[in-house]
Design a protein around this ligand. Sequence first.
Ligand SMILES: [Mn+2]
Length: 274
Amino acid sequence: MNLKGKFKVLQQKISQSNKILVVGHLRPDGDAISSGCAILEILKQFDKKGEFFCSGNLPFNFNYLPNFYQISNNKKDFKDLSNFDLLIIVDCGSLARTDLSQEIKKRRQNNHPYIVEIDHHPKVDDYANLEIREPQAASTTEIIYDLSCALNIKFTKNLSESILTGIITDTGNFFYPNATAKVLKASAHLLEKGANLSKIIKHVNSNKNIATFKLWGLAMERLEVHPDYDFAFSVLTFKDLQSINSDSDEINETLSSIAGFLSNLAKVSYFIIT
Ligand SMILES: [Mn+2]
């Protein structure tokens, strides 16, 4: 089935369902949170009210998004998924990242609830009844943008800000190569519909804590430049990394943002952080 056909099936399933649950990945990032918030906005246009579950701590810098305070991270409330008619799983990458693997596997045997997966990560698990997977999309919200265009969903300010938040998160403020012409055109359209770019960029990036800044400080302090070779390096030890008390995803993200920033040094072609 082509993408348009899949969007039509999703539209039909939403219309037929009364209890709908949206699931983002555990320790959600801006794309997971805003994808779920955008789906809740779309459901309103079908006169449906959905629930939204993400496991783990919710990043409060996204609390400007519509529906943010509707997000539940209380796993106990979602033990029995048979209460729901439709599950829409966004940005998860793999079943384990839903943090509801057991519950979803159990329900999948009865083919109820119907499971739709919307994602831009490469395929890992096969668990959805309808898989809307677009690995070339910059963010899951870019797929939700295409869905909204295909289904003639009204781009309210709330929906536009949700979609743009995911795009800005996953393109690193339009810095990465996934910020394609299509993404920029979609973003311009979302601005026309009332999304506030500077507000979103400010919120998306207001997620650093003091321990992370101290780690940045260490990396700067130990920075050495070798102009003869266009080469710079800095050193962070395992112990330094432990100080920020985060999981490996977060540590990797912090390291790549430090390396990204330091590689802005003029006349440096090679940068290593070790
Ligand atoms: Mn994403």
